[in-house]
Unconditional design. Sequence first.
Length: 354
Amino acid sequence: MTKQEVIICKNLEEDLRNVISSHKFDKLFILTDNNTSQFCLPLTENIDTVKNATKITIGVEDSNKNLETLTHVWSELSNGGATRHSLLINLGGGMVTDLGGFAAATFKRGISFINIPTTLLSMVDAAVGGKTGINFNGLKNEIGAFAPASEVIIDSEFLKTLDYENIMSGYAEMLKHGLISNHENWRELLLFNFNDNIDYKSLQELIGKSVSIKENVVEQDPFEKNIRKSLNLGHTVGHAFESYSLKGDNHALHGYAVAWGLVCELYLSHIKTGFPSERLRQTVTFIKEHYGKLHFTCKDYEALYELMTHDKKNESANSVNFTLLSDVGEIKINQIVSKEEIFESLDFYSETMG
């Protein structure tokens, strides 16, 4: 898989102009959702090339990350005269970069694309690392491909357009990166101040560290055969929580589901691989204070377990494969966890989160 260039930019207009000029293309397309079209696209339109690009707009919610929306993007590319030499800019959150990347990867067997993530979640997770895809048949990211953007441009100015919940959604992925890296980064993340006005300069420094952690892991294992599975910490249970929430009226943001998944998976790490109880307590306390709780009862355990059995990391239909930790930065991949232990972790979640 081709390595992508990640640019932590200081001047969006200058960096984007330089990136676009480095490409040879016949037509330029830019994909946004309804929100980024209104709030983020104007920040790029001083660049003549972008101003004249063909605009494609899709819906905002993750429920739009589906085959119907993907078909719409393909149709817009085709009707707009896109060729194998065209270039697509994905300007938006994780839904836009996931779906736009997959559309680019599959249109005419692949066209080049640039990601400009506008949410914290997409900056530290979705836009970086080359995973693209859509939800299908009620399951998160069930259809997709490994296809890295040629460049990812990260600018914390976009974060000023976000509400608290979307900032915290992205921060959960950063917390995961801290847990799989080192004690210093993990502690720094637990101590960041969200109570007053957010220090976006300091946050951008943390974003840079988080992206570097993910880049290092992806470079070692681009197709998720080994150590890249560490990036799935919190996601086996988290994706089940997220899919479960989609069946009701209160759809959980991805990062919130991952944070709740971390509670369960760090508990499993404690009982299976010896993750220290004090670090478990500190991390769970942070999550409880900042993310609230997903409400379910023991009657929902079977449905949640069934969702976990569909996780893409599983090597058989009869087992659930986890990434666990024996300590911060000490990763244990391919940990098979029994149904009883998973139910025990759900009990821990319910009791601990209140």
